[in-house]
Design a protein around this ligand. Structure first.
Ligand code: OGA
Ligand code: MN
Length: 202
C-alpha cells in the first residue's frame, strides 16, 4: 500500500471513538477546497462514462438507480483520495485489528429522482468489506434536496446524514443504510476498505 499523510484536520481520536461507540463517524471539511475543485473537475470530465449501478452482467436490480464509475489509475485525482484512505486503513487496523489490505472505490452520480434502497454493504460478513466510506463532492447542497444517507448505528438508533460537500462518512460495512431519493444531481465517491480475505470477493 502507498501511504500518504492523513490531512492534519482529521480528528483521528474522534473518528476512532465514534466508530467504536456508534459504528459510524463523520469528517467535515475533509480536504482543502482546491483538491475538492480538482476532484469535481475530474468527475465532471468522465460523467459520460458512468454506468447504471443497478445493472450487472445484464441483470437489472431495482434497489438502486444511481450511476457509477470505478476508479483506477486513469483517474489520478480520485486516486489521491484512495491513497488517503489507505493511510486511514493503517490507523483502523492498529486500533481495531481489522486486517484491511485494499481499498476499492467508485464515483457515484445520483440524478434527480434516484436513490439506493435499504441495504448493507457486507450482509452477514459475506464479502471482505470491513469499512465503507462515502465522500460528497458536489460543490453545493441544500437541506431540502433529499439524498440523505440514512443509517442505523450500532445501538439501533437511526441517523439522517446530509450529503454535505467535502464531508466524509465512515461506517462499518455491515450496518443497515440507504440513500434517500435525491432531488438534485448528487456526486460522491464510495470506497470500501477490504480485508482481501473473503472467498466470495464480490
Ligand atoms: C453505497 C452507499 C451511501 C451514500 O454506495 O453503497 O450506500 O451516501 N452510499 O452515497
Ligand atoms: Mn451502501
Amino acid at each position: 500500500m502507498q501511504l500518504t499523510a492523513l490531512p492534519t484536520s482529521w480528528n483521528i481520536d474522534q473518528i476512532l471513538d465514534d466508530l467504536n461507540k456508534l459504528g459510524f463517524a463523520l469528517v467535515d471539511n475533509a480536504y482543502p477546497l482546491e483538491y475538492v475543485h480538482d476532484l469535481v473537475r475530474e468527475c465532471g470530465l468522465h460523467l459520460e462514462e458512468f454506468r447504471a449501478a443497478g445493472i450487472q452482467n445484464g441483470v437489472v436490480s431495482h434497489i438502486r438507480s444511481d450511476h457509477i464509475l470505478w476508479i483506477d489509475d486513469q483517474l489520478p485525482v480520485a486516486q489521491r483520495h484512495i491513497n488517503t484512505l489507505q493511510s486511514l486503513s493503517q490507523v483502523l487496523n492498529q486500533a481495531f485489528f481489522l486486517g484491511i489490505k485494499e481499498v476499492e472505490a467508485h464515483f457515484a452520480c445520483y440524478n434527480a429522482g434516484e436513490f439506493y434502497a435499504l441495504h448493507r454493504d457486507n450482509p452477514q460478513q459475506k464479502n471482505d468489506r470491513m469499512i465503507s466510506t462515502v465522500f460528497y463532492l458536489h460543490e453545493h447542497w441544500q437541506q431540502d434536496w433529499g439524498g440523505q444517507l440514512h443509517l442505523q448505528d450500532k445501538n439501533g438508533k437511526w441517523h439522517t446524514i446530509q450529503p454535505q460537500p467535502n464531508r466524509l462518512a465512515i461506517f462499518l460495512s455491515d450496518i443497515l443504510h440507504e440513500v434517500l431519493l435525491s432531488k438534485q444531481q448528487r456526486l460522491s465517491i464510495t470506497a470500501w476498505l477490504r480485508s482481501g480475505n473473503s472467498i466470495w470477493n464480490n
